[in-house]
Design a binder for this molecule. Structure first.
Ligand code: DAH
Length: 351
């Protein structure tokens, strides 16, 4: 077979092999094709070597034919190589359906914080600066933590103060009616000295302009040796001034909660009328914030603390009321309707 005939056959073979590589659509197939024709032991390389055996007079024509084939094959392979890049890209896109290189639409609306989150973050910041740590507790709890251990035994009239959602469970379980359950969990898990706050959701069967079945409270308590009512007053006064402004007055009124003795409620001067009396404060000049007191010895007994050695204070209040006050909201329910229009008005950062 003459070299010219051989060249023709190799060209035909190459065309078949090229079609196969194209249908494979893989860069490796292109490289294999290159090696089998242009590589050291490739078919074109062999042809070039065969040229040496061709007679002097036939050599120029044969050389020209072989060169043409070589150029054709080299050109074809270069073309395939650049196609291979787009095959590679297509393979990546198939593997990763998410195109991270696609530019996103310009975001005109950025998120904002919920008013209750703003208040919670601010409270946490203030109490952290006073050395308190933040803990969490269960929203569905046993009666023991929510009531009995807090000196509210079965049939105690105080249970009627908080309309409880009970959960169908073999043991007596409920949705916590206040964050005070965290006092019991924490005191059982840890030992004094304790300086703790616990923000969280609470639930009561109640629904009107100023009550929702779910709302937010924050509980705080301190247990150590020699804790007195003066520590309680100092702490409450400091945080009220940090939240409402240092020029507003604060006050304590005697009150009753089964888990404290003595117990009190604390108020802050109405920021709208500066204590003169207006609609917001119902002409009293004061806004009620929450309850507090010295932890009752029966609570210490329930968690196995020696009440002759340790004393402590506790307080609790609603964060939603503070948000209403801060942002002058007329209806508590607005906070929980999930209305974007309304929620979008609050700042993104709490301070
Ligand atoms: N748990 C009470 C409530 O939900 C609030 C409260 C009052 C908490 C006095 C306390 C406290 O820790 O000492 O109404």
């Amino acid at each position: 077979m003459s070299l010219l005939e051989k060249s023709e056959i190799i060209k035909k073979e190459f065309e078949t092999d090229r079609a196969k590589a194209v249908s494979d659509a893989k860069p490796e197939a292109v490289e294999a094709l290159r090696v089998s024709y242009l590589g050291r032991k490739g078919k074109v390389t062999a042809l070039m070597e065969d040229l040496r055996n061709v007679s002097k007079e036939d050599r120029p024509a044969a050389g020209k034919a072989v060169n043409l084939i070589r150029q054709f094959i080299e050109g074809s392979i270069d073309e395939l190589k650049s196609q291979a890049r787009s095959w590679e890209l297509a393979a990546i896109i198939n593997r990763e359906p998410l195109d991270v290189t696609l530019p996103v639409d310009e975001q005109k609306q950025v998120g904002s914080l919920h008013p209750v989150s703003i208040v919670r973050q601010q409270l946490i910041k203030v109490f952290r600066s006073l050395g308190f740590t933040v803990v969490d507790g269960p929203e569905i709890d046993f009666d023991f933590f929510n009531f009995s251990a807090l000196n509210i035994p079965d049939h105690h009239p105080a249970r009627d103060m908080q309309d409880t959602f009970y959960v169908d469970a073999p043991e007596k379980m409920l949705l916590r009616t206040h964050t005070s359950n965290i006092q019991i969990h924490t005191m059982l898990n840890e030992r004094p000295p304790l300086r703790v706050i616990a923000p969280g959701r609470v639930f009561r069967c109640d629904n009107d302009m100023t009550h929702t079945p779910m709302f937010h409270q924050i509980e705080g308590f301190v247990v150590d040796e020699n804790i007195t009512f003066a520590h309680l007053k100092g702490t409450i006064d400091t945080f009220l001034k940090a939240i409402f402004g240092s020029t507003l007055k604060t006050r304590f009124r005697p009150s009753f909660f089964p888990f404290v003795e003595p117990g009190a409620e604390f108020d802050v001067e109405c920021g709208v009328c500066k204590g003169k009396g207006c609609r917001t404060c119902k002409d009293t000049g004061w806004i009620e914030i929450g309850g507090c007191g010295m932890i009752h010895p029966n609570v210490f007994e329930a968690v196995g603390y020696d009440s002759s050695r340790y004393s402590g204070f506790a307080f609790g209040f609603g964060m939603d009321r503070i948000a209403m006050n801060r942002f002058a909201l007329p209806d508590l329910r607005q906070l929980f309707e999930g209305d974007y229009e309304f929620l979008g008005h609050f700042p993104v950062h709490s301070n």
